[in-house]
Write a protein that binds this ligand. Structure first.
Ligand code: IDP
Ligand code: MG
Length: 150
């Protein structure tokens, strides 16, 4: 099973979309194996978005992501990275398809409600940045027999 990192950004928390977003992940059949609310410290935000440090939007991105509490999660499932990126939709909510989280709940590139890892490598890195090993739970769900063929 694959794991990915998902985060409801400060705008998603402020707008009361935490339940809606978690609900969409659960309904898909994905399993939440770690979850916490936190206000991201500046240095952690810079590490999380280090690939963007030379982009013109970097400082506004850091202000945005540290502007209030976020809800961070580790989500597990078959092809979790790709599946969650599809549920989240395109980076710019104005271009994201209706039916996706960003397509249904956003209008602005700088307020796009949710983060999801873009590859297995990023997922591993981001999960390690936000969670200690003992904060990630291994558990079985009986319903998985109805989510997965085997
Ligand atoms: P992603 O979140 O879909 O993976 P990235 O390209 O990794 O998109 O960008 C990270 C975040 O930076 C985006 O989710 C968005 O919040 C912000 N961002 C990306 N491009 C721009 C931009 O051109 N202007 C302002 N913010 C941007
Ligand atoms: Mg990205």
């Amino acid at each position: 099973m694959e794991r990915t990192f998902v985060m409801v950004k400060p705008d998603g928390v402020q707008r009361g979309l935490v339940g809606e977003i978690i609900s969409r992940l659960e309904r898909k059949g994905l399993k939440i194996v770690a979850i916490k609310m936190l206000k991201i410290p500046m240095e952690m935000a810079e590490k999380h978005y280090e690939e963007h440090k030379n982009k013109p939007f970097f400082s506004s991105l850091i202000s945005y992501i540290t502007s209030g509490p976020v809800v961070a999660m580790v989500v597990e499932g078959k092809n979790a990275v790709k599946v969650v990126r599809k549920l989240v939709g395109a980076t710019n909510p104005a271009e994201a398809e209706p039916g996706t989280i960003r397509g249904d709940f956003g209008l602005d590139l700088g307020r796009n409600v949710v983060h999801a890892s873009d590859s297995i490598t990023s997922a591993d890195r981001e999960i390690r940045l936000f969670f200690k090993d003992d904060e990630i739970l291994n558990y079985e769900r009986d319903l998985d027999a109805w989510v997965y063929e085997k």
